[in-house]
Design a protein around this ligand. Structure first.
Ligand SMILES: Cc1ncc(COP(=O)(O)OP(=O)(O)O)c(N)n1
Ligand code: 3NM
Ligand code: MG
Length: 202
């Protein structure tokens, strides 16, 4: 399986309606602190937009809703994974991406036979508090060597200037939140990301 090199992560279906039509091909809906009904509604809206634009939608955390709403790709962290029914997820045909932050988490992730592994935070992030120090680029190369052909997603503190570095160190896709959502021109920044990742979109 091949992932698009530009992996956008947003917290509302509205972002997906704004940015996916610009040419984004891989997007995660990562919603925190909303009701189940609201999240379900956002998943439905996101699915419709992604379907219309040939964009892969990945649902974060809410594996039961992803199954119920007929989604096809899910992202789980290690704690999410511990509480999830992997057999039900696979039986529903969902592909699965997993977070990792250290050696033990990588072993756990690989044992679950995911469709990609994410490593973070590569750089300091302002999105959320993290208990891990920034991994640095060398850690991406280490992960890639241990993962074989499995796609590797880099996440945490990425911006347009850091894209080439993560790909040169083995990442297959670069995930980003605040460099786009907190930018004064999110559409313009999205276009920059699309352009900067074009050479890695082989
Ligand atoms: C691509 C990608 N990588 C890592 C994460 C983080 O997942 P998790 O550790 O479960 O933390 P939350 O995002 O749920 O706060 C991710 N969402 N996407
Ligand atoms: C959601 C998330 N997970 C991470 C991990 O390391 O698992 S880093 C991160 C935040 C990514 O946001 P930004 O691009 O704004 O730094
Ligand atoms: Mg999670």
């Amino acid at each position: 399986m091949r992932l698009d090199p530009f992996y956008l992560i947003v917290d509302r279906a509205e972002w997906i309606a704004r940015l996916v039509p610009l040419g984004v091909k891989l997007v995660q809906l990562r919603i925190k602190d909303r009701t189940e009904a609201e999240i379900r509604g956002d998943i439905r809206k996101a699915k419709t937009v992604c379907c219309a634009h040939g964009c892969q939608l990945i649902v974060n955390d809410y594996w039961q809703l992803a199954i119920e709403e007929g989604c096809d790709f899910l992202h789980l962290g290690q704690e999410d994974l511990a509480g999830a029914d992997l057999r039900a997820i696979r039986a529903a045909g969902l592909k699965l991406g997993l977070s990792t932050h250290d050696d033990v988490e990588l072993e756990t992730a690989l044992a679950a036979e995911p469709d990609y592994v994410a490593l973070g935070p590569v750089y300091p992030t302002i999105l959320k508090q993290m208990k891990w120090a920034p991994q640095g680029l060398g850690r991406l190369s280490e992960w890639k060597a241990r993962m074989g052909n499995l796609p590797l997603v880099a996440i945490g503190g990425l911006n347009v200037d850091r894209i080439d570095g993560v790909f040169a160190h083995g990442a297959d896709s670069a995930a980003v939140v605040t460099d786009i959502t907190l930018n004064s021109d999110p559409e313009g920044r999205t276009r920059q990301w699309l352009e900067a990742t074009a050479r890695w979109r082989r």
